[in-house]
Write a protein that binds this ligand. Structure first.
Ligand code: AMP
Length: 308
């Protein structure tokens, strides 16, 4: 298949969960909608670079969701189908849509998944280890042959249940993306700036701390950068905002000739804009309606908003 960006090569590989989500917001409950960290991250990245997904679904995975991936021109050679049920997650949001509680997580086919990457994926220069068990992230990382830049995301579940494997991954990545409460949990440090310093000491050159509607902070030896979130008119479902942010960021980085604090900052702005579209609807529904030009227009508007 020819990718949107005109070649057969995959420039960015993303591994993580692909799932059926059931989401309750104060306004509505949506059952078994397309979710998972890979789905959001690949869709976001696909606006900028040729992207391939690594993950597994069960036999119950609806054909229309594979078709949705095709509308984004996401390469699916790394997507396996296994006997059993697709990963499922459900969560409920409180009234302000900021606080989320997980109701259930069923790993299903992810419990026995051992990814073996297609040969073209192994040559990809960019890798995003989206949220999934750190053992799986490590297995993918160790198959890559020509990496220029690798970023990883994680969540509180793995900090609690798989810390040694997670630390092994963190030691080998260029960038860790983590939200504020997870950074505190990982390091035992309440003060965010100190927590970020401790994460940097674990290995990565860049640490991005995500603060939801309050934007994100980039820490590196070159200092600190703040990128606010874009204030959307109405949030319908915040699920996947972090994954879309990371996917958009990695998609933009994958086009950069050199990766510097400046290119990372610019990529963060794009990530924040894709995330802002994502939360305007459930699942990938909003991203399916926009084009690259809509993202560029929002970037321009955003830059005007933050000018001082
Ligand atoms: P976010 O809102 O960016 O934290 O991402 C939400 C997505 O993460 C949902 O679509 C879920 O399917 C997925 N997810 C939730 N829990 C897990 C987990 N334990 N491992 C991997 N993915 C998960």
């Amino acid at each position: 298949m020819k990718l949107r960006h005109g070649s057969d090569a995959v420039n960015l590989v993303v591994v993580g969960s692909i799932g059926l989500d059931t989401i309750k917001t104060p306004a509505v409950t949506r059952r078994d909608i397309l979710g998972g960290s890979v789905s959001y991250a690949c869709a976001a990245a696909s606006f900028f670079t040729s992207t391939g997904m690594v993950g597994v679904v069960g036999r119950d995975f609806p054909a229309r969701y594979r078709a949705a991936f095709r509308t984004f021109h996401i390469d699916q050679q790394g997507l396996q189908s296994a006997d059993g049920k697709t990963f499922r997650w459900s969560g409920v949001y409180e009234r302000n849509l900021n606080n989320r509680r997980t109701l259930s997580t069923d790993l299903n086919v992810f419990a026995d998944f051992a990814p073996d990457l297609p040969p073209v994926y192994r040559e990809s220069p960019f890798l995003f280890l989206a949220n999934i068990a750190p053992e799986l992230q490590f297995r993918v990382l160790s198959q890559m042959r020509a990496l220029r830049f690798v970023a990883a995301d994680t969540m509180d579940l793995w900090i609690k249940t798989a810390r040694p494997a997670l630390l092994k991954v963190i030691r080998q990545v260029d960038m860790l993306l983590i939200n504020d409460s997870e950074a505190r949990e990982l390091t035992g440090e309440e003060h965010l700036v100190q927590a970020a310093r401790r994460v940097l000491a674990l290995g990565p050159r860049y640490v991005i701390i995500k603060k939801g509607e309050h934007g994100s902070l980039l820490f590196s030896k070159h200092g600190l950068v703040l990128v606010p979130a874009y204030p959307v008119d109405e949030v319908h479902d915040p699920t996947g905002a972090g994954d879309a942010f990371a996917g958009g960021l990695m998609g933009v980085l994958a086009r950069a000739r050199r990766i510097t604090p400046g290119t990372v900052r610019r990529a963060m702005v794009y990530g924040a804009m894709v995330a802002s579209f994502t939360v305007e609807a459930f699942s990938l529904e909003k991203l399916q309606t926009i084009r690259r030009a809509d993202i560029e227009a929002r970037v321009r508007q955003f830059l005007r908003m933050i000018r001082c």
